[in-house]
Design a protein around this ligand. Structure first.
Ligand code: NAD
Ligand code: WQD
Length: 351
């Protein structure tokens, strides 16, 4: 079985490539390296001892995309593409704040890119897709934990691209029920592969909590700003800092492996939360990271960050029931693996 992985050189994509290769899938990565490094894929090969077919292509470049699927159809002959391939679609821009400043870039990259991809998939009869959606589509939920049938709302262009793509995919399936699509809504992916060879390597100052803490720990940044300790909801009882469902990226990667066979059961459009079901506060995370690394993380309490919600965590029971998937790694595992990656690669993939 051949799996086309768009955005496969990125953070979640590279960890998913490891799991795919270790589960016997052939992997074809399409990535324009706009937010990643080829070195990540070299290390995926090092970890697994297997080859990755790589195309340095922008998914908005339709003729190059078409060329990749043409080659794929020729190499698979006499097998059909429909029954022997699937696409996992990670490629996209993902920084919430940047999307507010540059909405057109986000709509162009994420929406136009996805439509191009879908058109080429349709042309070649590849109708099995796993899409990287996000818990951001739930907006600010009224109660927790979040179930897949909660109301959807978004507050920024990034989130809107995710919600729009979900809607586009539902329309596509309505028009042609032979499409099978898994919408995976990730909560807060963190951590790194246990080998310490691949991990999150954001370009510039990190936007997200975990890479920020890791860069403070390794001395690249002086201290952490904690955005608000005055969230006084029933879910923020401990210390008033934000609460999130942090999920180990390797658990998330396994979620994709579990979703693939579902596509071949003629499932139509299915939606799953990929989270642990547990909320942890920012302060709890800082303490866990200090314990795992033995390094003190200096922090200052700063004002709340615009657009942040107080608390968010998943009800992941649908994925467990229907896919047989459950996150197994703890917050301590997430901290240990992030630290192992960061201390061995203080400058990420840049040697
Ligand atoms: P990432 O930036 O590390 O990976 C995305 C990859 O896509 C990068 O390698 C980038 O170079 C590539 N890419 C971007 N635009 C492209 C284009 N037009 N053509 C080809 N390649 C392109 O991000 P990630 O954290 O691995 O996220 C993967 C997916 O999961 C994204 O769609 C993101 O929106 C979604 N997601 C991420 C999170 C998170 O917190 N990391 C949470 C929910 C959903
Ligand atoms: C987590 C908590 C912050 C940085 C984002 C996207 C979401 C999804 C996952 C893609 C919050 C606090 C953070 C810092 C801090 N991505 N924090 N100091 O905002 O939950 O989710 O990534 O789909 O769409 O919005 O993640 O890691 O940025 O923040 O105090 O320097 O850490 O306020 O409470 P978030 P995050």
């Amino acid at each position: 079985m051949k799996i086309v992985v768009t955005g496969g050189a990125g953070y979640i994509g590279s960890h998913t490539c490891v799991e795919l290769l270790e589960n016997g899938y052939d992997v074809i990565v399409i990535d324009n390296l706009s937010n990643s490094s080829f070195e990540a894929l070299r290390r995926v090969e090092e970890i697994t001892g297997k080859k990755v077919e790589f195309h340095n292509v922008d998914i908005r470049d339709k003729s190059s995309l078409s060329g990749i699927f043409k080659l794929l159809s020729e190499t698979l002959l006499p097998l059909s593409l429909k029954d022997n391939t699937a696409v996992i679609h990670f490629a996209g821009l993902k920084a919430v704040g940047e999307s507010v400043s540059f909405p057109l870039e986000y709509y162009n990259n994420n929406i136009t890119g996805t439509i191009n991809l879908l058109e080429v998939m349709k042309e070649y009869g590849v109708k099995n897709l796993v899409f990287s959606s996000s818990a951001t589509v739930y907006g600010n939920p009224h109660t927790l934990p979040i179930k897949e049938n909660f109301p959807l709302s978004v507050t920024n262009p990034y989130g809107r691209t995710k919600l729009m793509i979900e809607e586009i995919l539902k329309d596509l399936h309505l028009s042609d029920p032979s499409w099978n699509i898994a919408l995976l809504r990730y909560f807060n992916p963190v951590g790194a592969h246990k080998s310490g060879k691949i991990g999150e390597d954001p370009f510039g100052i990190p936007n997200n909590l975990f890479p920020y803490i890791a860069q403070v720990a390794v001395g690249r940044l002086p201290f952490l700003n904690i955005f608000g300790n005055d969230y006084h909801t029933e879910y923020n009882r401990e210390d008033g800092t934000g609460v999130r469902d942090f999920i180990h990226v390797s658990d998330l990667a396994v979620g994709h492996i579990k979703a693939l066979p579902k596509l071949f059961t003629n499932c139509g459009v299915v939606t799953y939360n990929l989270g642990t079901g547990k909320g942890h506060s920012v302060i709890e995370l800082v303490s866990a990271f200090e314990k795992a690394s033995g390094v003190e993380i200096p922090f200052k309490i700063a004002p709340r960050r615009a657009g942040d919600i107080a608390a968010c965590y998943a009800d992941p029971s649908k994925a467990e029931k229907e896919l047989g998937w459950k996150a197994t790694r703890t917050v301590d595992d997430m901290c240990r693996d992030t630290w192992n990656w960061q201390k061995n690669n203080p400058n990420g993939f840049r040697l």
